[in-house]
Design a protein around this ligand. Structure first.
Ligand code: HEM
Length: 448
């Protein structure tokens, strides 16, 4: 049964229930980055929908109830910002952009991101999605012919890398057919950001664990590649000045705005990189989780196969596929936590939060708690569906993500049957800024 938030009296943070910590470290020793969301959700079950804990000396308040979470997220940007650690860490590694920006800076960058991801522009990206989907089909065909265990998750990452890079820089990387180093490099960056944002102190300034060193090397490589794409886009725009008035991808939009003096080189770089990061993992992991559910359920696959259209344009509908995707995103939300802090003293759900209190919204828990079984036909309550966030900072890539996922899912279920590889380790959840399956290996058969 859903826990009901009690709001009889005002409470201070110190009045809240929560796990016992140790002096100095707080609860830091109980928190493993790769399981962060699972530990917090476990605490929510034990301590209720609002609880406190501490990362080192820093108190953190967690909200796990949809009304409070909606109230908090919808008060942005005036009432709350993302954790200041988010901005600090992104700035320090040199990929600061719309996701990590605040105030006026956020407003200008957000406008451009929304414009680039506007539904009208999805038509332009759709050709890229269609080509990438055909290539993905080629890989699945090869897997079906070989009969060998197939790393579906890796194939989805290549698929979304190709779409995101076309959107971000107008480059067809074709990593689906030719795995590129770039994909591996990008994958190392997110977990490092997550480790640093949630660290009790900036450990990397004293000792860099091997994973951080590898991620920093990867970052250099991605930076080099992105700088190459920026130089190519500049040259292209010199040759075709009409692109300044009608840019064809996110990078060109930023370069056009830069000519009017609105963005520095750092901002162009940071935002383009963030677009690539934001578009890649999230959509690939969501597709992987959807495939995980369907691989375990032949009847569900048959039903999807019967309903799946040939997707020829972005307007094509696939209602049952959408229902499966939304139910997947509710239960296996790839963004299960949102990190914010109030800009002034506030009271939320009867709890007094001084300005700057670190708050974590347990968005997956709020949507899944009390309705934990996978049922695409369930009525989903919009207020609880927080996978893309809420309020002015909700995900601007939502429609693109759904279009990509819908197109890939229709192709998969029309042409193939998949089953989980029984020899592979069980699939578990791993957190690292986004939440992904630990490895999805399947057997693929062509559908007769
Ligand atoms: C299934 C796929 C995706 C999921 C689950 C997802 C989820 C999220 C969430 C939870 C946020 C934070 C929202 C908030 O603070 O309220 C976010 C922000 C963002 N997302 Fe997505 N996202 C997905 C795909 C994409 C794609 C495909 C793009 C673009 C290519 C994208 C671009 C962004 C950007 C730029 C932000 C920052 C917005 C801001 O701070 O104003 N996302 N996303």
């Amino acid at each position: 049964m859903t826990a009901v938030l009690q709001r009889p009296t005002r409470r201070a943070i110190s009045d809240l229930p929560g796990p016992r910590g140790v002096p100095g470290a707080g609860n830091a020793l109980q928190l493993r980055n790769t399981r962060l969301h699972l530990t917090l959700e476990h605490w929510a079950r034990r301590h209720g929908p609002v609880f406190r804990f501490a990362i080192g000396p820093m108190p953190v308040v967690a909200f796990a109830e949809p009304d409070a979470i909606n109230e908090i997220l919808r008060e942005r940007p005036e009432g709350y910002r993302r954790w200041r650690e988010v901005e600090d860490v992104f700035r320090e590694v040199g990929i600061h952009g719309v996701f990590s920006a605040e105030g006026g800076e956020w407003r200008t960058q957000r406008r451009l991101a929304v414009m680039a991801l506007n539904t009208n522009h999805l038509h332009r990206y759709f050709d890229v999605i269609r080509v990438a989907t055909e290539r993905l089909r080629g890989r699945l065909d090869a897997a079906a012919r070989s009969g060998e265990s197939f790393e579906l998750q890796r194939a989805y990452m290549a698929f979304t890398t190709d779409v995101a890079s076309a959107l971000a820089f107008g480059q067809d990387l074709n990593t689906v057919e030719h795995e590129s180093e770039l994909q591996g490099h990008i994958e190392r960056v997110f977990p490092m950001l997550s480790r640093r944002i949630n660290a009790p102190f900036p450990y990397w300034r004293y000792v860099k664990p091997p994973a951080d060193r590898a991620a920093e090397r990867s970052l250099v490589e991605v930076r080099r590649a992105v700088e190459g794409f920026i130089a190519a886009a500049r040259a292209r725009m010199e040759r075709r000045p009409e692109l300044y008035a009608q840019p064809e991808n996110f990078l060109e939009s930023m370069l056009a705005a830069q000519r009017e003096g609105r963005y520095s080189d750092e901002e162009v770089f940071g935002n383009t990189f963030q677009m690539l990061l934001a578009g890649e993992d999230t959509t690939a992991h969501s597709l992987s989780w959807a495939s995980y559910f369907i691989a375990r359920d032949p009847a569900l696959q048959r039903r999807l196969a019967a309903a799946a259209p040939v997707i020829e344009d972005p307007e094509t509908t696939f209602e049952y596929g959408d229902a499966v995707l939304r139910e997947t995103m509710r239960l296996k939300s790839v963004a299960p936590l949102i990190f914010v802090e109030p800009l002034e003293d506030v009271t939320v759900a009867g709890v007094d939060l001084p300005r700057g209190t670190r708050v974590i919204a347990l968005t997956r828990y709020a949507g899944a708690h009390g309705a934990a079984t996978f049922d695409p036909e369930r009525e989903r309550d919009q207020k609880r569906f927080l996978t893309f966030g809420a309020g002015a900072r909700f995900c601007p890539g939502r429609n693109l993500a759904l279009l990509e996922a819908r197109t890939a899912l229709a192709m998969l279920t029309r042409h193939f049957e998949i089953t989980l590889d029984p020899a592979a380790p069980p699939v578990r959840e791993r957190f690292g800024f986004t939440m992904q399956p630990t490895g999805l290996r399947v057997h693929v058969r062509a559908r007769s």
